[in-house]
Ligand binder design. Structure first.
Ligand code: GTP
Ligand code: MG
Length: 216
């Protein structure tokens, strides 16, 4: 029997589909600050959610092979809009981080409200990828977002980031913590992906997972 929340291992066909999907150009479409600014839901959509500074924008850049596409930064709270990127038949969505307390309170409240409305209300969202730092595991603030995704019945999949920053033992400890924390969440997809935007580890796997979500 396979472990619940085993590591994703797309088959060779899916890996090839993923390679092809990300071979062409990805373009920035728009940054959105309110739900009425969302582009028409005329294609499949995936989004990258996670705590501030977890590496959402860096992962989008690494997946698409374009360093400056999504704005990544050392300063937490960098991404303040819902940023839409497009490629064949797919929107990739970079979300503002949650759990960042240093911005003015009204600003945080506005982003978080938008984030939650988007996550719960976007009809064309195929899957939310929830990014978790391999050094830290799932924190209460992540769990709150996972609960929101459960109640909105949005399927989500956990992607561990910054795997280059930890030793294999620490990585295994985080995987165990994440597996236990995901058990109560019915919307959790039962496979995990471990990535590093720095070394490129796990990116081909994640591309394959994304390609498998699209219609043939
Ligand atoms: P917000 O937009 O503020 O929510 O942050 P974010 O989740 O988009 O994070 P971002 O991609 O801006 O990355 C934050 C910091 O982590 C940057 O300094 C990145 O260079 C660094 N970083 C991101 N991914 C990795 C990784 O895989 N490995 C390492 N070592 N650093 C990373
Ligand atoms: Mg960002």
């Amino acid at each position: 029997m396979s472990l619940p929340f085993s590591l994703a291992a797309p088959d060779p066909a899916a890996l090839e589909q993923g390679r092809l999907l990300f071979a062409g150009e990805t373009r920035f479409v728009k940054g959105v600050v309110a739900m009425d600014g969302l582009p028409d839901g005329d294609r499949a959509e995936i989004c990258f959610a996670g705590r501030s500074n977890v590496g959402k924008s860096s992962l989008i850049n690494a997946l698409t092979g374009r360093k400056g596409l999504a704005r990544a930064s050392n300063t937490p709270g960098r991404t303040q809009e819902i940023n839409f990127f497009v490629r064949d038949g797919l929107y990739l969505v970079d979300l503002p981080g949650y759990g960042y307390a240093k911005a003015p309170r009204d600003v945080v409240a506005r982003w978080q409200g938008l984030l939650k409305t988007y996550l719960a209300g976007r009809q064309t969202l195929r899957r939310a990828f929830v990014l978790i730092d391999t050094r830290h595991g799932i924190k209460p603030v992540d769990d709150e977002i996972l609960g929101l995704l459960d109640s909105a019945a949005v399927p989500f999949q956990v992607v561990l980031t910054k795997a280059d920053k930890v030793r294999p033992e620490a990585r295994e400890a985080t995987l165990a913590q994440v597996r236990a924390a995901l058990r109560p969440h019915p919307a959790a997809y039962p496979e995990l992906v471990v990535t590093s935007a720095e070394t490129g580890n796990g990116l081909d796997t994640l591309r394959g997972v994304i390609a498998a979500l699209l219609d043939p």
